[in-house]
Design a protein around this ligand. Structure first.
Ligand SMILES: Cc1cc2nc3c(=O)[nH]c(=O)nc-3n(C[C@H](O)[C@H](O)[C@H](O)COP(=O)(O)OP(=O)(O)OC[C@H]3O[C@@H](n4cnc5c(N)ncnc54)[C@H](O)[C@@H]3O)c2cc1C
Length: 494
């Protein structure tokens, strides 16, 4: 059921066992798994727009501007000053970073999926260990494979070389990490069909569209209720506040994306006893220009086919689907430990490369002095800061890549750091800001994703990551949300 917040009488109170805020992959995955366990779930989504196609995203941009506008400074000032509200461009190559729409950013993500590597969870200088390990997540990654309808719970090159009748290259100091791309029909969490044949609209979750969280009202370490507001539904007009109502739930899950999760906690003065909320904003920085060029080839045709996900007959798609696979070169664990650097991935054929930004407390979200024009709430101020560790990660991995390519008879060219930095964008993967920690002084949520100081408030999404790792984040967001649903089911005794 999808209803509209504008139809809910001002001042009224809705009750639920669990209230989830946000309809991106984090919120929808948790909601579907909880309702499957017989738990009564209300999911609220701030957007006024029912559809989630390209035309709806374009139409929703004025709302997004008014609600998400704020100040983006630091590295953003150079190359991505409109990070918070990037306009819809109609071109898939242009990464518009955040959405205020049913389905969240899953309405246009790439579907590129694999688990985080074991080393991501390890404690290394500059890259603090997580309170959970890859082994803790393994059963949930397996469930995420089924939930996302991936081809197999296999991400290693040997398995895929078999499927593609290809060959595994040996690039000294580098592993090959295979990515499965979720099929287009399963990518948009607002409209995809779940494994049991239901969708978000009819799976039993009470979805309230046009319901923007205003404040998490909490006292004595417990969320008492949520204050929620709707906007007028004349879509030709800029939105204005229409109604305001309350939701009282046994458990609340914040799933608004890494920027808005921190923003909402700061607005509600929740979980910030140790000044940790909003800190460690990170990502997989990406230079908008070409970074790596392959000047002389270094792979045999059968090896290139593995990296490009091709059989001898051409591009491979899982039978009857649009799901495909590709490979990336990533420094192996021994190299990362020896060099004390973050991870980085390279396309075999050159182009751009992603790297793992080191957690940095100065890279952070705070509240701006300016207020939004719809609800009058303080806007986001985000300061993206890179550190010397990031420069080192890029320079060391680029130099290792060139040397290893040369050993195979090839030649690679890589751009210098100042040029890379000058064109840096966040690249859609927003990480940190409410990170997981064993001790409350060192993060915002515990290993179960519960806010340390509040007994019934949880956070879902990549804001809880302690380090970015190098795998694209959403598959881990989904695995963590399945794990969270499992934990909440037990907490509620169901
Ligand atoms: C161009 C692009 C390509 C990408 N490709 C990939 C990829 O290939 N692989 C990958 O792993 N990841 C990719 N990503 C990242 C991926 O889209 C995100 O990791 C994922 O969408 C995050 O899910 P989420 O549910 O945490 O947040 P979101 O998807 O951001 O959803 C948050 C939801 O919360 C709602 N919301 C916000 N504030 C409020 C409020 N106050 N009240 C109510 N609702 C609110 C929003 O409207 C939104 O619906 C890509 C991102 C971009 C931009």
């Amino acid at each position: 059921m999808i209803r509209n917040g504008q139809d809910i009488v001002s001042g009224s109170e809705i009750s639920a066992q669990v209230c989830i805020i946000g309809s991106g992959p984090a919120g929808v995955t948790a909601a579907w798994h909880l309702q499957k366990a017989g738990i009564q779930v209300v999911l609220i989504e701030g957007s006024r727009y029912v559809g989630s196609g390209d035309d709806q995203r374009e139409a929703s941009w004025p709302d997004k501007t008014l609600l998400y506008e704020g100040e983006a400074v630091g590295v953003f000032a150079n190359s991505e000053p409109d990070f918070l509200i990037q306009p819809y461009s109609g071109q898939s190559s242009n990464a518009w970073e955040r959405e205020r729409i049913l389905g969240g950013t899953s309405t246009h993500w790439g579907g590129q999926s694999r688990p985080l590597s074991a080393i991501t969870f390890e404690d290394r200088p500059g890259y603090p260990g997580w309170p959970i390990s890859q082994t803790d997540l393994d059963p949930y990654y397996k469930q995420a494979v089924d939930f996302c309808r991936l081809y197999a719970n296999e991400f290693g090159p040997e398995y895929w070389a078999g499927v593609l009748q290809a060959e595994v290259p040996a690039l000294e100091g580098f592993d090959i990490e295979m990515y499965q791309f979720i099929g287009p029909d399963d990518r948009n969490f607002a409209i995809r069909t779940f494994p049991d044949g239901t969708t978000l609209a009819n799976c039993g979750v009470d979805v309230i569209l046009n319901a923007s969280l205003q404040r998490i009202e909490h006292t004595g370490g417990h969320v008492q209720r949520l204050r929620v507001a709707s906007m007028g539904m004349d879509l030709a007009q800029p939105p204005t506040k229409a109604t305001e109502f309350f939701i009282k739930a046994d458990i609340v899950v914040l799933a608004c994306g890494a920027v808005a999760n921190a923003h909402q906690l700061l607005l509600s003065n929740a979980g910030n006893e140790h000044d940790q909320v909003g800190r460690y904003f990170g990502c997989h920085p990406l230079s908008s220009g070409g970074v790596v060029s392959i000047l002389r080839d270094y792979l045999k045709p059968a090896q290139s086919r593995l990296m490009n996900g091709k059989t001898p007959a051409g591009k491979w798609y899982a039978p009857g689907t649009d799901l495909y696979v590709e490979g990336r070169f990533v420094p192996d664990s021994a190299t990362l430990r020896r060099e004390d650097i973050g991870a980085c991935w390279f396309w075999a054929g050159g182009g751009q490369c992603y790297f793992e930004m080191a957690p940095n407390p100065a890279s952070r979200i705070t509240l701006s002095d300016r207020k939004d024009k719809v609800f009058g709430l303080p806007q986001v101020h985000i300061d993206w800061q890179l550190s010397d560790l990031d420069q080192r990660t890029y320079e060391v991995t680029a130099s290792l890549f060139k040397a290893s390519v040369a050993k195979l008879g090839g030649q690679a060219w890589t751009q210098q750091w100042p040029d890379v930095k000058a064109q840096m964008t966040v690249n859609g993967h927003h990480i940190g800001t409410t990170r997981m920690s064993s001790a409350p002084e060192d993060g915002v949520v515990d290993a179960n994703l519960k806010v340390h100081s509040i007994d019934n408030l949880y956070v879902a999404g990549s804001s809880v990551f302690r380090t970015p790792g190098i795998s694209n984040p959403t598959f881990t967001i989904i695995a963590l949300s399945i794990r969270l649903a499992d934990h909440l089911r037990r907490t509620l005794g169901q």
